[in-house]
Ligand binder design. Sequence first.
Ligand SMILES: C[S@@+](CC[C@H](N)C(=O)[O-])C[C@H]1O[C@@H](n2cnc3c(N)ncnc32)[C@H](O)[C@@H]1O
Length: 330
Amino acid sequence: MISNMTRNPAANARRRFLRDCAGAAIAANAIGCAHWARAAADAPAAASAGAMAQGQPSRTAQGAAMLRAAHQLIDTPRVFEDALALNIIGAEAQAALRQNLARYAERASLRAYVALRSRYSEDQLALAVQRGVSQYVVLGAGLDTFAYRNPHAALRVFEVDHPATQRWKRQRLADAGIAPPRALTFAPVDFETQTLGAGLRAAGFDAARPAFFSMLGVAIYITQPALMSTLSQVAALAPGSEIVFSYAVHDALLNAQQRAARAQAASRVAALGEPWISYYDPAALEAQGAKLGFTQVATLTAQNANERYFKGRADGLRVSGSSRLLRARV
Ligand SMILES: C[S@@+](CC[C@H](N)C(=O)[O-])C[C@H]1O[C@@H](n2cnc3c(N)ncnc32)[C@H](O)[C@@H]1O
């Protein structure tokens, strides 16, 4: 395990606080950050502090994985089934999660959002497979487990991530005893300094055949040119290719409470070396998608998502965040 924990308990607690607020931050409303920070005090250090640019793995990837694992234990019925969600977070984190489940249960909308985005993306993937798509590219994969529970026999999977995060994940998989399947290829790519196309070519991706892409909880961490470059490369692929990605909307589209919560969480995340840097206007992003050459562009709002995935639940679980999921097909 990579760790920069010191013998100073206060400093360690602060590190844990910051690390897990980064996990909370992926929903971009981060109202649950204080809750997440408290829960994090019980979690082991999963990755060292510092930016990925300095060779450190993403700490927000661990945060997102913790939320998916919490969803498996807390929510009935589950919106997103992930039989490996607990294994992948590591034994120490799993023990801490089980020990502090009541605390993890407190802020439900953030957990709901992280479950939702994976469920929606895998639902769209299943439809793409039915259309004949046989390649799936997980962009900024973090601790995503799809490749290790892939139900589609002929589907080839590529995991693209920052090289530092991908190295860490591979070690985490080995520690958890999860063998990478033959249908999976790892493609290390830094979206800021390398091109997706080159990374995929080197990994054996077939650009002549359509592919499905997901990019969940990543857009807020990369520059707008890096996102546009990635989208334009997907838009240039074979007809039938599709991408689902999540993004955070501009502050101007938030209410005062959401803005205040975001500002607070953003400063904490920045201190981790994974600052939030990019926000978007939904209408402008849809228009940009069409300009890049996507023929079908559609946004899943929180309202649509609640209607489709959370209706009629006895526990009231629902999303309320300031993020959107955009689906665009070539
Ligand atoms: C919040 S995590 C989300 C991980 C995963 N998609 C999930 O939903 O659990 C952010 C991910 O973006 C990746 N990322 C951030 N900046 C990146 C960059 N410049 N190039 C490649 N990946 C990057 C991180 O390595 C990390 O895996």
